[in-house]
Design a protein around this ligand. Structure first.
Ligand SMILES: [Mn+2]
Length: 394
């Protein structure tokens, strides 16, 4: 049996404050402790939060990933279209291989070296960029084709042009793209669940920060989700974090999602201008007064008509959560909302509103006529005369 441990969107280097700096490292530690019997590790992109991370971030990432390298490799390399010297092959066959691809965050421009290429050269990872590697263990062969992130509009064409399916293997495709209908934040996509390449036993996709497991066209589609929350928007709130183990035995593929205990929870609360301070405090307390392994991140958006200061909330809850506060100024507009059906034209809407605001009874000109006259610049004199009651009718 071959066991592959898959996780995604580590985002090394992303942190809200010092307290969250080690979140990816602690999660990887948890994954490592529970999966020392794995044969392969796959990280599906966004290993780093930026394409040129700071030295300190790289160091932290290496110290985290290095743990896996203490585990002896149980696979051997059968073939690959990736340029690999003897040292590389020796490294893969010496310690547990970590396969990576680029995400949109750690992708570099064409021809430019990238941090994952450097870690590959240092034999810490096996970085795939439109390459495949066939591994073998106990006479079972699996081919992994890694497709690093490309702009969404060309993803489908580019993938079809490059993808390689290898015969007599269990075939795994690793991606980091938007796949419709799983849209995370960008609306752009060219890949859909029903136009993914066929004949792959497993398709693993990063990018989408929440777990997905689906069977499509005879393939298992898995999106493990991210290890940490980085967008901090509503769609990323209340999401449990997972990694996935894939077991391949005699060509039969089984997957298992495992909840990450040490993932930091993220909550999002939005209050309208009519919500009282008490309500806001109670709602926050309701969320934070539970037991968490790590202090949760709570983003609080408060709508107000004035510059009321809510920063005391950050202090008040500082021992229970990391509170991210945003007050949004909203104007108190007294314009009535008209449903579309009730408005014949923008002009009718305007006339209606002007009438209401100036009290048309005392106004010397009918508003409808005023608007008509305004269309003709030669009428200005006429309008003035009517307004000062010099002229009574049109
Ligand atoms: Mn990501």
């Amino acid at each position: 049996m071959i066991k592959i441990t898959v996780f995604s969107d580590v985002h090394f280097g992303f942190s809200i404050n010092e307290e969250t700096e080690n979140d990816p490292n602690e999660i990887i530690e948890e994954i490592f402790e529970k999966n020392k019997d794995s044969d392969l590790i796959i990280i599906c992109g966004d290993v780093f939060h930026s394409r040129s991370p700071k030295i300190e971030v790289i160091e932290k990432a290496i110290s985290s990933l290095k743990k896996f390298l203490e585990i002896p490799s149980k696979v051997r390399v059968v073939e690959s279209d990736k340029k690999m010297d003897n040292l590389k092959i020796e490294a893969i066959e010496r310690h547990l291989p970590i396969i990576t691809i680029n995400g949109n965050h750690d992708r570099s421009s064409i021809g430019e070296k990238n941090i994952l290429d450097i870690l590959d050269e240092a034999n810490i990872i096996v970085h795939l960029n439109s390459n495949y590697v066939v591994f073998e263990k106990d006479k079972q062969k699996i081919s992994i084709f890694g497709f690093g992130n490309v702009p969404e509009n060309i993803a489908k064409d580019y993938l079809y042009k490059n993808v390689k399916h290898i015969e007599n293997c269990t075939n795994i495709l690793v991606l980091h793209q938007t796949i419709y209908p799983y849209i995370f934040y960008s609306q752009e996509y060219s890949l859909k669940i029903d136009n993914l390449p066929k004949r792959f036993d497993v398709i693993i996709n990063g990018h989408y920060h929440s777990i997905v497991e689906e069977n499509i066209n005879g393939s298992k589609l898995i999106m493990p989700g991210s290890l940490i929350s980085t967008k901090l928007k509503e769609e990323e709130s209340n999401i449990e974090k997972f990694y996935v183990n894939i077991y391949i035995d005699g060509g039969i593929v089984k997957t298992e999602k495992i909840n990450i205990k040490r993932a930091r929870k993220f909550f999002y609360l939005k209050f309208s201008k009519n919500d009282s301070k008490e309500k806001i405090e109670n709602e926050i307390a309701k969320i934070v007064n539970k037991n968490y392994i790590k202090k949760p991140i709570v983003k609080v958006i408060i709508e107000r008509e004035n510059n009321e200061d809510f920063s005391y909330l950050i202090k008040e809850f500082s021992d229970k959560c990391i509170l991210l506060l945003k007050t949004e100024l909203v104007e108190d507009k007294k314009i009535e909302i008209y449903s579309k059906e009730n408005i014949q034209s923008i002009l009718d809407f305007a006339i209606e509103n002007i009438k209401k605001n100036i009290g048309s009874e005392d106004f010397p000109i009918k508003i409808e006529n005023l608007i008509k006259l305004l269309e003709d610049k030669n009428s200005i004199e006429k309008i003035v005369d009517m307004l000062i009651n010099k002229q009574k009718t049109l």
